[in-house]
Design a protein around this ligand. Structure first.
Ligand code: ARG
Length: 246
């Protein structure tokens, strides 16, 4: 297809043309988001989204090509053709949806907080964090950052490039609370029982979806039907159980 910047020359152009002609499904994500996409010590990418992406590529008869991208620039990377799809735990928000197409929701979750043991002993629930005496942290450009501003406008907020840098602030006692996606927080808390306490009451509703370039209805139709198929034939559950119930 003749791709210019983020747009397409005509409505018939689809990422599908490029995927089939190159034999590659290029997938954008930002590794470091447990259990969706992680980078192993030997440089491989693993996780729920990665397994789904590999299966998706196989279903198209092409090779999965990982495109690990800073979260901050992930939508521009899609728009400029560095990848064909974002499959990276992206929340379907109205703001993002003005820039990209989202396939139907593949997973639902919400925002929670990880707090220091000291803060946990002092507060009743997450609402008490809306206080200037608390220093909150989250990752730049995430729904966690948006939720932190919306639900805790009176608290201090510092944003970091990665989730790992953000959550470390709480683990090291330099910040009081980390606002982020429930699955990440649940798993991080399970792995760091001494350092952090998970207040696991989600206070937002967040559907996750695969993002593609605007106008590409051919690819959108493929993805929505593919999603129904894997949800009904056991593929989705098998991959889900592997990463969420182990
Ligand atoms: N679900 C959140 C969002 O849409 C966080 C996703 C962060 N993903 C990542 N690789 N850090 O903003």
């Amino acid at each position: 297809g003749s791709m210019l910047g983020g747009g397409f020359a005509n409505a018939a152009d689809s990422a599908i043309d490029n995927i089939l002609s190159t034999g590659e499904l290029k997938v954008c994500f930002e590794a470091g988001y447990i259990p969706f996409e992680m980078k192993t010590k030997d440089g491989r990418f693993i996780g729920f989204d990665i397994d789904i992406s590999k299966h998706m590529a196989r279903s198209m008869g092409v090779k999965f090509v990982p495109v690990n991208t800073a979260w901050d620039g992930i939508i521009p990377a899609l728009q400029t053709g560095k990848c064909d799809i974002i499959n990276g735990g992206m929340g379907i928000t109205p703001e993002r949806n003005l820039k990209v197409l989202f396939a139907d929701t593949y997973l639902e979750m919400g925002q929670t907080v990880l707090v220091t043991p000291e803060v946990a002993s002092k507060i009743k629930d997450y609402r008490d964090l809306n206080d200037p005496k608390f220093r909150l942290v989250s990752q730049i450009g995430t729904t966690g950052a948006i939720a932190a501003k919306k639900y805790f406008p009176n608290a201090q907020l510092d944003l970091f490039e990665t989730s790992a840098d953000s959550v470390l602030q709480v683990k090291n006692g330099k910040a009081d609370a980390f606002v982020y996606d429930l699955p990440y927080n649940a798993m991080y808390a399970a792995q760091n029982k001494e350092g952090v306490v998970h207040l696991d009451e989600a206070f937002t509703y967040e559907p996750l979806g695969w993002a593609i370039r605007q106008n590409d209805v051919n690819f959108l139709n493929f993805l929505n039907n593919y999603l129904v198929q894997i949800k009904k034939d056991g593929t989705y559950d098998r991959i889900y159980d592997k990463w969420f119930n182990s």
